[in-house]
Design a protein around this ligand. Sequence first.
Ligand SMILES: [Fe+2]
Length: 403
Amino acid sequence: MKQINTLLEGNYRCHPAFNLALPSWNAPTEKLAAFNDIYAAAQELGVTLDTSSRQDIRQDLEQLLSDIFRTFEAQTDDAYETRFLLELKNACLRLIGEELVWYARQPRTRFVSLSDKQIRQDAIRLQQNRHYFGCLPAPAVAEMRKLAESALAQCRANAAAGRLRREDLSINAGPTVRAIRNVLNREFKALGVLDAVSAYTGCKIRVTGLALELSVPQATWWKNTIANLERPPRTLYAHLDETISCPKAIVYLSDVTEQNGPTSCYPGAYEAMQLNPLQEIIGRIVGTVGSQSDSPLKEYYAKQYHQSVNSENFRRHFMRLPACLRFNSHMGWDVMPDSELESTLMADEIKMTGPAGTFITFDGARLLHRGGLMQEGERVALQVIFSNSTFTERAVNKLKRML
Ligand SMILES: [Fe+2]
C-alpha cells in the first residue's frame, strides 16, 4: 500500500465535518521529538534494560507528556477543552504504562517449535502480513456449534424481540464459553496456531478470551455516520484495536459470504500511516475520552454507540490537536467519501468469506480491520483473544506496584 500519512492528514483538513475552521494547538516541537525518540528506544531496548533504567525511562516519558499537555492547556478556550486534555493525558499515561511493561517482557528462549513446514509458513505470514487465514476441521466446528446451540437460541430470541445491544447478542463467560475455549485451544494447538502466535509475540500464549457472537442485519450500529454526508464512507468501522499485547482470531461458526458480515482487513495500511509514537498512543485511546459515566464530557459529546466522531463537539476537540498528533484508531468512519484515501484503502481490502471453520489470526493493533457489517442472513462467529495469562497477571501486579 502506498504511504497514506499525507492522505490521512489531508482527509481531516478537507473533510467538511472535521474542517471546523479552528486553529490547532501549537505543539512544543522539541519535547515532542524527545518523547518520540525515547519511546522508540524503549520499544527497541525494553528487554535489555534493567529495572532502574526502565523506571527512569518511564519517568522521562511521563514528564515530557505532562510538559506537552501543559503547553496545550495554556492554549485552551474553555473548561471542556481543558477536560478533554486531562482525560486524554490520563488515558495516555495508562496506555504508556501498559505498553512499557509489554516491551520489557522477557521472552522465554527456545519454547516454540516451527519444525512443521505449514506452521513455519503461518508464523512467517503472521510476522510479515500481521495476519493469516486458516480453516478448522469440520468435526471441531460441529462440536463447537453443538456447545453453542442453547446460547445462540437465546441470542436469536433477543434479536427477534428487538434487543440488539452487544450483550444481548453475545456471551463471553460461563460454562459454554469455557467449553468452546477448550475445544479451540485443542484445535489451535493441533494446527500450530498457538505456536505461530507464540513465535510472533515472543510469549507462550493460548486462547484466554472468547466471545460467541451472533450478527444480524437489524443491528445497524456500524452504519451510523457523520450527518450531512451524501453517502457514508466505504470504510465504515475499519479500525485498529487498543491493546498491542493480545493478538486475536475470528472464527466463523456459520458460512459467511459478502452479504453476512465478512471480516476484512487492509494489509499494510497501519505501516503506510507512518504514525509517530505519541500520535499512535493518542489515536488508540482518544475515543475513550468522554465515555465514562462520571465524565463532564459525556453529555457534552452525546456520542452514539462507541463512535466518537459522530459528535461535533468531540470533533472540535480532536481537531484542536496538532496535525502531527491527530489520529483516531477507528478512522474508517472518518474517511471522506470519494477521496483518494478511501479508494487507496478499498483497493487493498481483503474480505474473509468461507465455510464455517474459516478463521483469521491477526494482530488487531497493527492490522486495520472490520467485520460484522450485516446486509442479510446471520453470522455466528467467535471473537478470540490470545494472551500469556502469566504475563498478564505479572503486568497487572507490576502496574499496581508502580501506581
Ligand atoms: Fe477489532
